[in-house]
Ligand binder design. Structure first.
Ligand SMILES: *Cc1c(COP(=O)(O)O)cnc(C)c1O
Length: 459
């Protein structure tokens, strides 16, 4: 035992090892010293428990470099999203356009006119540039940007109806996921929820009957992630606006995703457009920056100037405001919408959602030979039709036809699938697929870089 301990190298000696000099140059002495102490401690514990040296004892510098690389790796690792969900919340939703990426980089390198109006050198308004663009695109009078759409809902409620009642249909009391439930948000905003109608049917007279002296707001929420079919009735925004006007009550609408373009023109499921609701007279409309819009995480509120001014002055706005990176990315993304004819190519979200199935099939055919050769001994590798999802609260039944490469273990053992999926998750750039029906599916809809995938999967 004594003998084993004496074989452990001294930290000082290791720090002078030529193999470790590049690492010291990169990370500094202190970091490496701490790492080597950890290794030494581990080795001592290993000797104590196993009466043997750890298997990496043969090459301490190599082990130190391996661990240093792992510790230096970003927690936000780039992955291949082959899950079949285009806007995957856990994978960061929208992939941004080149233009948005360039705009963010530029605003990080130099000081920018974030809240500085060049004409009179007075303090400007941080949302002003993006507001003007949003007004142009939606026909609204003004706009307000916050950290995400959940924050947008909270800010609208807290500003317009704290201490008052908010009338909403029972059919729209949604949970978005991640503990965002409309009734809870109402409570947090200090509003009293007044539910009207039933799960499947709500009429204008239900809203009318609920209006009283304490009412502050009429609200609608777009129930994007589920659908009630059959004997249903919902009140349109237009009808609600007429009712609101008669009682001098604002009407707000949380669209969730929303889309500034007509999705059906691209062969995609219909999605309500903020500009339609603005045209219908809705006071405030909120939607996400990183869902179908294809931009950065943000909550966008457009609507009447008098109400937007109130939101801008509310203390919560200060807490929920976005930074210059978000504003730069959002502005650049919105600018793409000025040129609808190039949008499909320039906006990754739209390009991925509209990739034709035949193009994905051709890609699968190009990838097959290498994958078959690498994995064919253990798995049946095949091309299979599949249907991708939009994701991010869109209707799970609205599917996009495409193709996947699937891996089925010859042995029929499901555990082999788990092992394969796990192995691919630990790659330098992890490959994330999905296991379904006894196969591992790599849905190719979101695959941009074929060569990189081959490099990752073909040892
Ligand atoms: C997604 C969604 C939200 C939350 O938006 P985030 O930008 O994710 O905060 C709120 N309401 C609806 C209806 C949604 O679909």
């Amino acid at each position: 035992m004594k003998n084993l301990y004496s074989q452990l190298p001294a930290i000082d000696t290791l720090l002078r090892d030529p193999h470790l000099q590049p690492l010291i140059a990169e990370t500094g002495n202190a970091f490496l010293t701490r790492l080597l102490r950890q290794l030494q401690q581990e080795a001592r514990e290993h000797i104590q428990r196993q009466h043997a040296l750890p298997d990496w004892h043969e090459n301490w510098p190599q082990e130190a470099i391996r661990r240093a690389q792992r510790q230096q790796r970003s927690a936000l690792r780039p992955v291949f999203n082959l899950t079949g969900t285009v806007l995957h919340t856990n994978l960061g939703r929208a992939v941004l356009s080149d233009r948005a990426i360039a705009a963010v980089t530029a605003c990080l390198r130099q000081p920018v006119t974030l809240e500085y109006a060049l004409d009179d050198a007075a303090r400007g308004h941080r949302d002003r540039a993006v507001s003007a663009l949003l007004c142009e695109l939606t026909g609204a009078e003004a706009a307000c940007i916050v950290n995400n759409n959940a924050a947008a809902v909270l800010l609208m409620l807290a500003t317009l109806a704290a201490g008052r009642e908010v009338v909403m249909s029972r059919g729209e009391l949604v949970e978005i996921g991640g503990a965002f439930r409309i009734p809870d948000v109402m409570r947090q905003a200090g509003c009293q929820l007044v539910e009207v109608g039933t799960t499947n049917r709500t009429h204008l007279k239900d809203y009318r009957a609920a209006i009283g002296e304490h009412t502050g707001l009429l609200m609608k929420v777009h129930t994007s992630n589920y659908q009630i079919q059959g004997f249903t009735h919902a009140v349109t925004e237009q009808e609600l606006v007429t009712l609101g006007e008669a009682h001098q009550l604002p009407v707000i609408s949380d669209l969730g995703s929303g889309s500034l373009i007509d999705m059906t023109a691209y062969g995609l499921p219909a999605e309500p457009m903020p500009q339609q609701l603005i045209a219908a007279g809705v006071s405030l409309v909120s939607f996400s920056g990183d869902k179908l819009l294809g931009g950065p995480q943000a909550g966008i509120i457009v609507g009447k100037k008098a109400l937007i001014d109130q939101l801008q002055q509310h203390p919560l706005k200060r807490a929920l405001r976005v930074d210059k990176m978000t504003l730069a990315a959002l502005e650049a993304t919105l600018q793409l919408y000025r040129q609808p004819e190039t949008l499909q190519e320039a906006l990754p979200t739209l390009r991925l959602l509209t990739r034709p199935a035949h193009e994905i099939l051709q890609q699968a055919e190009r990838l097959m030979p290498a994958l078959e050769q690498a994995w064919g001994a253990q798995f049946a590798v095949a091309i299979a039709p599949c249907s991708s999802q939009i994701g991010s609260g869109s209707l799970p039944v609205d599917r996009l036809p495409g193709f996947a490469i699937t891996f089925t273990p010859h042995s029929g053992h499901g555990s082999e699938l788990q092992t394969l999926a796990q192995r691919w998750r630990t790659l330098a750039r992890p490959v994330i697929g999905r296991i379904q029906e006894g196969r591992l599916w790599l849905d190719l809809r979101c695959l941009d870089d074929e060569a990189a995938l081959i490099q990752a999967l073909v040892p």
